[in-house]
Design a protein around this ligand. Structure first.
Ligand SMILES: [Zn+2]
Length: 349
């Protein structure tokens, strides 16, 4: 599976933008996709669409869709996670006031092999590891779409246990549910990138803010002389950010999951009749100059402890993509620029 490389470099545009600075990020989007953003805003004032996000775990689905919403139209675009939906349904089931409404909806829309009574009984006693039947997820997603009729949705977290047959049935059913356009957004990120995102991840114990010691440090970094390690200080809470247990194994623990995510993406690619947008996170080092600007590439940070002070160093980060080609990984904004351009094309606006 090879995704096309999107060119974000514009001849004659030589200004360098600091993409970590919110103001400069705004200017950057204006410079690289200004007219397209205007077209989308105009479109979204009166119309909606539904985007189905497919990509491996930690591929940036949430990051890209939230950034897209912020840049284009925060009030009209919503990132909607099926995982969060399932957790909310669990709460609904134990709420005497809300449960009857849920049951009523399911009576109308649920079509499946198990009876509704069986489904409800298993839902009530299930632990979180137990997967919901696909038909039930389908009905629940439809209910959420109905609640958000006036919004453009980026839906994330589809059942991974779908075979080819069920996959197309699932999406054909969903796609016909609302009258607005549908689009698949497929995200390709090398596994080496996912691996390092997990290995170097640091989370704030207070606000759950997630950063990365190597790829996305906070402004303030300190050195633990006892443990001989550098650590991040959460920029919101001022406390030391921590490593989550198991993160040091990187992708080892989610290999099976990644395989299933990959299969789901391949199934989406082979499904005709729905437009597809390809987002690519990496770019071969020897093609980078032609396609992107230097400041769009993810840097790698390292630290030294000199005379009681932490000194930060920065250089371009080079990883091997899934075919072993030395590549750069793009920061989120250029990927979102390519999403904006492709959407304008797909929607024909
Ligand atoms: Zn915090």
């Amino acid at each position: 599976m090879k995704f096309p490389i999107f060119k974000t470099k514009i001849e004659g545009l030589n200004k360098k933008f600091d993409l970590t600075d919110p103001e400069q990020q705004k200017e950057y989007f204006k410079a690289k996709a200004g007219p397209e953003i205007e077209k989308l805003r105009k479109f979204l004032k009166k119309n909606t669409f539904v985007a189905y996000l497919l990509g491996k775990k930690n591929s940036g689905k949430g990051t890209y869709s939230k950034m897209f919403a912020d840049v284009v139209f925060p009030e009209r675009v919503e990132h909607f996670s099926i995982g969060d939906m399932v957790r909310a349904v669990d709460k609904e089931l134990v709420d005497g006031q809300r449960k009857p409404k849920l049951v009523e909806f399911l009576k109308k829309y649920y079509r499946g092999r198990l009876s509704l009574d069986e489904i409800l009984a298993s839902l009530e006693k299930r632990d979180t590891k137990w997967l919901l039947p696909t038909e039930l997820i389908l009905a629940l997603v439809k209910r959420e779409m109905e609640k958000r009729e006036k919004k453009t949705l980026f839906i994330d977290g589809f059942p991974r246990d779908l075979d080819q047959m069920n996959f197309s049935l699932f999406f054909r059913d969903l796609i016909g549910y609302r009258d607005d356009p549908d689009v698949f957004i497929l995200i390709d990120v090398p596994e080496s990138v996912i691996d390092e995102r997990i290995r170097w991840r640091r989370v704030c114990p207070v606000c759950q803010n997630s950063r990365n010691l190597k790829l996305l440090p906070t402004p303030k970094v300190e050195f633990d002389e006892k443990k001989k390690e550098f650590y991040l200080i959460c920029e919101k809470c001022g406390v030391r950010m921590e490593k989550k247990e198991g993160d040091e194994f990187g992708i080892e623990k989610i290999r099976e999951r990644l395989k299933m995510d990959q299969k789901l993406m391949e199934q989406a690619i082979s499904l005709y009749g729905i437009p597809k947008i390809f987002l690519r996170n990496s770019i071969p080092v020897d093609l980078a100059k032609e396609y992107v600007d230097d400041y769009e590439i993810t840097p790698e940070y390292s630290f030294d402890f000199v005379n009681g002070k932490v000194v930060r160093k920065e250089k371009p980060w080079i990883v091997k993509d899934d075919e072993g080609i030395p590549s750069f990984s793009l920061l989120a904004p250029p990927v979102v620029v390519s999403l904006i351009h492709q959407l304008v094309e797909v929607l024909g606006i």
